[in-house]
Design a protein around this ligand. Structure first.
Ligand code: TXA
Ligand code: MG
Length: 319
């Protein structure tokens, strides 16, 4: 089992040393835990794919500790992207743009674009800074499974995989970053996430364009089945009558359902979508371990962070 250290000055120095020598460290970000390695070292990045059981065609995100360093990873930056970087970095926004030459092919899965973000988490920023290089990191879960929002989630899925796990407590946002690319000067949404699309459109001053339908999966965000609990999940309308069952679990948005269930989780008693997103994966981890054979998950309002929540629930329910 990998050693888990509480994130702090010393443990972060240790973790940075592991990354510098080509090792793999699980670390907290503001969205979910990442499985990080030296983003300029192809062999180190290859280990990420092995540990996750992730197909090589699925590219990684590079994490930097400042917008100035992040922009060096791109070869071209449109004006609309400048606006978003200035306004939202550090934060849960990943930008996909033409890559700089230094970015290895294994990171981009051979694409000419690279995904980059500056996370808004002090431990993550300190780690990247101490490592002195971009840190490539997907979410620290087995491929296709639930994303981790605590160090315990990482241990459970990847246990012996990473060389070190940094424990920075629960992640604040709880769903992955919003991924944006650009087309004709407009932002285009590739994956809804922790930064609401409405805020991005407001900052860009134009409505988002639509993603062109690609033949190859551009993002596993684009794979239909993803973010899946091991137990079957079915989306239901809030308040719609589903017969309570001691063999099923229920994930409610804001109101506890009636009746006897194997387990119940309420995402936000006040109906707050931010709070609901922050609790989403933790609730799903708990419900998948409740012994229930089926999870009912209520639909949430499809705006703000609700868009990211519904995206994850739909993929979790895909069969
Ligand atoms: O919040 C997050 O984004 C977390 C934390 C750890 O930063 N990371 C994360 O990484 O969610 P991952 O690998 O689980 O998801 C990254 C997504 C994938 O769907 C990948 O296909 C997509 O980003 N991606 C990476 N590079 C891309 C590119 N050049 N073009 C399109 N999509 C890309
Ligand atoms: Mg992931």
């Amino acid at each position: 089992m990998a050693k888990t250290l509480k994130a702090g000055r010393q443990s972060i120095q240790k973790a940075a040393a592991v990354i510098k020598r080509g090792g793999v460290v699980a670390f907290p970000t503001e969205t979910v835990y990442g499985l990080g390695a030296d983003g300029l070292n192809p062999e180190a990045c290859a280990r990420i794919f092995e540990i996750k059981g992730r197909p090589r065609f699925d590219p990684l995100i590079l994490h930097e500790c400042s917008p100035a360093r992040a922009r060096r990873l791109f070869s071209r930056i449109p004006a609309a992207a400048e606006k978003l970087m200035a306004k939202f970095w550090p934060g849960p926004l990943t930008l996909v743009l033409p890559k700089a030459r230094a970015v290895p092919d294994i990171v981009t899965a051979g694409l000419k674009t690279v995904a980059v973000r500056v996370p808004a988490n002090r431990h993550a920023l300190a780690l990247i800074k101490a490592a002195g290089r971009p840190v490539a990191a997907p979410s620290a879960n087995r491929f296709g499974r639930l994303s981790p929002t605590t160090a315990a989630h990482v241990r459970k899925q990847l246990g012996a995989g990473p060389d070190l796990i940094l424990d920075g407590g629960r992640t604040a946002i709880g769903v992955e970053s919003t991924i944006i690319t650009f087309s004709g000067g407009r932002p285009v949404l590739l994956r809804p996430g922790g930064l609401p699309l409405e805020e991005i459109e407001r900052a860009a001053g134009v409505p988002a364009g639509r993603a062109a339908r690609a033949k190859a999966p551009l993002a596993p965000g684009c794979l239909k089945k993803h973010y899946a609990p091991r137990v079957r999940l079915e989306i239901v309308e809030p308040g719609a009558p589903v017969r309570p069952s001691a063999r099923a679990a229920y994930l409610a948005f804001s109101r506890r359902p009636r009746g006897a269930w194997a387990a119940v989780k309420v995402l936000s008693r006040s109906g707050d979508l931010r709070e609901a997103a922050a609790n989403l994966f933790r609730a799903l981890h708990l419900l998948e371990n409740s012994g229930a054979g089926l999870i009912y998950a209520e639909r949430v309002p499809p705006h703000g962070l609700g868009r990211a929540i519904m995206d994850r629930l739909k993929r979790a329910s895909a069969r």
